[in-house]
Ligand binder design. Structure first.
Ligand code: HMG
Ligand code: MG
Length: 297
């Protein structure tokens, strides 16, 4: 059976923008519930400036606890620079993700660097991570549209994805940061990327601002992509990208994939427990488009 690998980014993308601090123990419990549901890969946190993203200030404590309590789990952490990589490595992280935006303004807003500097910093960080024998992911953010500069040229996305691959990224994650993509564009862009890079190294990361995330995920699958990011309950969004709503909900993608003959290894009832827990923590209703139906089952 064809397999779809889902990375759940809820503990990082989902929690980074929450107004009230989620305690480390609760983050750990969310990760444990995702693991128990069969999620094969989890982006657990980010080692970024605590001034920029206070919600991720406990990344080192969290990863140390994950290493102790869930040693067999595949987790990763986002790192914006060498300092983040050093902190992640010291905390025992075995997989890191760098984030390069495809426009000048988005890099400035997100990591306070211009595009050339951000590209060089991501390349250096990837090379340093590989020297430490870590697995690596490289996000290419605003790969469809930028909230500040409008539509992103496909050639820029291709050029940056190729640079990240040459710097040693094991996985290139093409991200629809503000959830503005449509299935036709997704298919065209992933076909073009698959013409330049091994398709098995490509992943897709959708936000669901316009309700297109499941359709976009399906379009990526049609282009041969078998690695998707998602967030349980659909929580998420970049604090520095105005208009970014939650991520594609893990439960929606699992339902779509399993119903279409793709194996994910993820249990929907297990995800439901994770959503219920996250709701209690965040004090509001969560869930993807399928949630009302899932709860009635
Ligand atoms: P800066 O202020 O330009 O950095 O921030 P700096 O190098 O001048 O350092 C300033 C201070 O930060 C110094 O401390 C550094 O030591 C410290 P001070 O001397 O003032 O006490 N510092 C750090 N501390 C902890 N960890 C670090 C680190 N680096 C420097 N790694 C910086 C530049 C990149 C640090 C900052 O802008 C930052 O942390 N940005 C984080 C942005 C972020 O987390 N965005 C959200 C994630 S991206 C996303 O959501 C999109 C994605 O989901 C895909 C998609 O949907 O598109 C991935
Ligand atoms: Mg995101």
């Amino acid at each position: 059976m064809d397999t779809l690998i889902i990375t759940d980014v809820a503990p990082r993308d989902g929690l980074q923008n929450q107004p009230t601090f989620v305690p480390t123990e609760a983050k750990l419990e969310l990760i444990r519930l995702l693991h128990a549901a069969g999620v094969p890969s989890i982006e657990a946190c980010s080692f970024v400036s605590p001034k920029a993203v206070p919600q991720m200030a406990d990344a080192a404590e969290l990863m140390a606890a994950v290493g102790r309590r869930l040693p067999e789990l595949r987790t990763s952490a986002l790192v914006p620079n060498q300092k983040g990589l050093e902190r992640a490595h010291a905390a025992g992280v075995r997989e890191v993700a760098v984030v390069l935006s495809a426009t000048e303004t988005m890099n400035q807003k997100n990591i306070n660097m211009d595009l050339a500097r951000a590209t060089a910093v991501c390349e250096d960080t990837l090379q340093a991570a590989r020297a430490l024998q870590l697995r690596t992911r490289a996000y290419v953010a605003v790969a469809f549209d930028c909230p500040f500069e409008g539509p992103t040229p496909l050639n820029t996305v291709l050029r940056l994805a190729i640079r990240m691959a040459r710097a040693g990224a094991d996985e290139i994650v093409i991200a629809d940061t503000i959830g503005s993509a449509s299935p036709g564009t997704v298919k065209t862009r992933f076909d073009a990327l698959a013409g330049e890079l091994p398709v098995a190294t490509l992943a897709a990361h959708f936000h669901d601002t316009r309700g297109m995330a499941v359709a976009n995920a399906w379009a990526a699958i049609q282009a041969g992509i078998r690695r998707l990011d998602a967030s349980v309950g659909g929580i998420g969004g970049c604090p520095f990208a105005p208009g970014a709503a939650g991520n594609a909900a893990t439960e929606d993608l699992v339902l779509m994939a399993e119903g279409s003959g793709l194996h994910t290894g993820i249990s929907l009832s297990g995800l439901l427990k994770a959503v219920t827990f996250a709701q209690a923590q965040l004090g509001r209703e969560l869930g993807g488009r399928s949630m009302a139906w899932l709860r009635r089952r």
